[in-house]
Design a protein around this ligand. Structure first.
Ligand code: DC
Length: 232
């Protein structure tokens, strides 16, 4: 019995702890971790910084022209060993997590030409397997042949509380109600958009982690990995 290198797709709603579990798993088993949401966030940051928004509308012509020149990359932070997001060579890990970006990112992620470009980049990153990628359409669109697919859920209230705690720890303000609204609105946009809406792949394993601790979740995920990676 030996272990084969596989592709692991982790999809689910926003703020349900996907990235924590994906990151921990990748570190534990020595795989590359890619946060696909960070890529949509980086494109959104670009739009905000370059005045491409008019209210909730994006100047699609300008974005279409700029997209091929956007360099989105991940590099490991030498101190924490965690991957960080770079946009055109600039570290933007904190900038892409603000409420300003969170409240606009679903609009950008609903644009077909943006998704096409991001999916292309993601598939390239996963060419050699040995990768854990989290997002919304990884098991359905990016890696439909992934050996292990997980679909994570948790109630909107629990997810809003987690994001609230995260923002507070960073010293950002924002009321719980505002965050809960943002979570629900993003769920609505993510599940109803025309291109690659968020849905569970038929062969994905569902995990509701509303009442699981991080160590419990980690154990569960490792067991799933071992099962999927064990070759005859
Ligand atoms: O996981 P996150 O909250 O960082 O994702 C940010 C946004 O990007 C969210 O609105 C959904 C979208 N997204 C997507 O459409 N497809 C992905 N593969 C990842 C994220």
């Amino acid at each position: 019995m030996h272990t084969k290198r596989i592709t692991i797709a982790i999809d689910g709603f926003s703020s349900c702890g996907k990235s924590t579990m994906a990151k921990d798993l990748a570190r534990e088993i020595g795989y590359i971790y890619i946060d696909s949401g960070a890529m949509y966030r980086a494109v959104t940051l670009y739009c905000l910084e370059n005045g491409l928004f008019r209210g909730d509308e994006v100047d699609t012509e300008a974005l279409r022209a700029a997209l091929p020149h956007l360099d989105i990359a991940f590099r490991l932070n030498p101190e924490t060993g965690r991957p960080q997001t770079y946009l055109n060579g600039r570290l933007v890990e904190n900038e892409i997590r603000t409420m300003a970006v969170s409240s606009k990112v679903s609009i950008v992620a609903a644009l077909g030409f943006v998704r096409e470009a991001m999916v292309g980049l993601q598939q390239q990153m996963g060419r050699e397997k040995g990768i854990v990628m989290d997002g919304r359409d990884i098991g359905t669109t990016v890696f439909p042949d992934a050996e292990l697919k997980i679909f994570v859920t948790a109630s909107p209230e629990i997810r809003a509380q987690r994001r609230f705690d995260e923002l507070q720890a960073k010293g950002e303000t924002g009321s719980f109600e505002e965050i809960l609204e943002n979570v629900k609105e993003r769920d609505r946009i993510d599940t109803t958009r025309d291109v690659s809406p968020l849905r569970k792949a038929d062969d994905a394993i569902e995990l509701d982690n509303s009442h699981l601790t991080i160590p419990e979740q980690k154990e569960w995920l490792l067991a799933q990995y071992r099962r999927a990676a064990e070759a005859e």
